[in-house]
Design a protein around this ligand. Structure first.
Ligand code: ZN
Ligand code: ZN
Ligand code: ZN
Ligand code: ZN
Length: 332
């Protein structure tokens, strides 16, 4: 059984009960205080308030938020929850407001205005906005930041609080939408690559020639390492079988000869008959694209190895690298 120390405080409690409850509350001897004093009781240790059954008014809402004293305020970690229910309360009647108004009148708060003047009606309207439950209801049912809207009624301009449920759900909505649009973009990219793979069966995309295997058209092609496609002279001199990119374990995710991904999106071309050693339909045309950047490195194939390993073992990385490099080659 969950044991949470709690007590209650209502107008029906005796004076001793009230004092005992409040002393225990302030001394943190009880974890939960349930009270019918809906706009709250000051306490320096409160970290969370839950207001059940609707909110009396804008002023009461702001008052409730203020129950969490500045020392304890940790933004989103110290929530003030308004829990709306279907139940109607006396304060939800128009009469309740009129009563309040006549009470204020009896205190002569309006005597500075002629009851027929615009000023009088304006001040009545702002009282209605501040003390009538309908205004707070509109705010809590609205789509704008709660705190900003509550403050606006008091003519306090503020920016979105970034922690009320409207602010946080807008943020998660935006996150979800950007995740969806990233997925859509990745799908478009994959289709783009599939189209280019179809073209690669006929031509080298670097030069556009049918006769080019993908490497023939590179400058200094005779001096290039067949594995990393870098110029293998001077400091970078290495034989193909010494190249870091010599043997890449593709984990059967790609053809080890032409570097075509064996993705289901490419199944039109993944039949093993098309990929016998030195017979790959794509020749070195895919390798040319994957190594578009790595071929300029002087590290005896180290960058090429790292890049190829990542691409050839993971089709998502393969598609991403193909897309990026095709774009860098000016193919859109
Ligand atoms: Zn907000
Ligand atoms: Zn070419
Ligand atoms: Zn090499
Ligand atoms: Zn192949």
């Amino acid at each position: 059984m969950l044991q949470i120390s709690a007590t209650h405080l209502t107008s029906e409690c005796s004076e001793i009960e009230r004092t005992t409850a409040l002393v225990a509350w302030e001394a943190a001897k009880i974890k939960v205080l349930v009270s019918t004093f809906e706009c709250g009781i000051d306490s320096s240790i409160v970290k969370e308030t839950i207001n059940v059954g609707g909110c009396r008014s804008v002023i009461h809402a702001i008052q409730s938020i203020g129950r969490i004293r500045p020392k304890q305020q940790e933004g989103i970690n110290t929530p003030c929850i308004f829990w709306q229910t279907d139940r109607k309360y006396p304060f939800m009647e128009n009469d309740a407001f009129e009563e309040k108004l006549s009470f204020m009148k009896s205190l002569h708060l309006f005597e500075c205005y002629n009851t027929m003047s615009i000023e009088y009606r304006k001040s009545e309207m702002s009282l209605r906005n501040m003390f009538h439950y309908k205004r707070s209801k509109l705010i809590f049912e609205g789509k704008d930041c709660y705190r900003k809207e509550l403050f606006k009624v008091l003519r306090i301009q503020s920016s979105n609080c970034k922690m009320c449920s409207v602010c946080t759900s807008n943020q998660s909505g935006r996150d979800a939408e950007s995740a969806r649009s990233a997925i859509r973009q990745r799908q478009r990219d994959k289709h783009f690559v599939v189209d280019q793979i179809r073209r690669l069966t006929k031509i080298c995309l670097a030069c556009g020639n049918m006769s080019c295997n993908g490497v023939n058209c590179m400058d200094n092609s005779r001096n290039r390492c067949f594995k990393c496609l870098a110029v293998s002279t001077g400091n970078n001199y290495h034989k193909s079988n010494e190249c870091h990119a010599n043997k890449i374990d593709t984990q059967q995710k790609s053809c080890p000869f032409c570097y075509l991904s064996l993705s289901s999106l490419l199944e039109e071309w993944t039949n093993t008959r098309n990929h016998m050693p030195s017979k790959c339909v794509f020749k070195d045309r895919i390798k040319r694209i994957l190594l578009f950047e790595a071929q300029n490195q002087n590290d005896r194939g180290l960058s090429a190895m790292n890049l190829l390993k990542a691409c050839l073992q993971n089709e998502n990385i393969w598609f991403e690298t193909m897309t990026q490099n095709l774009h860098k080659m000016g193919i859109k």
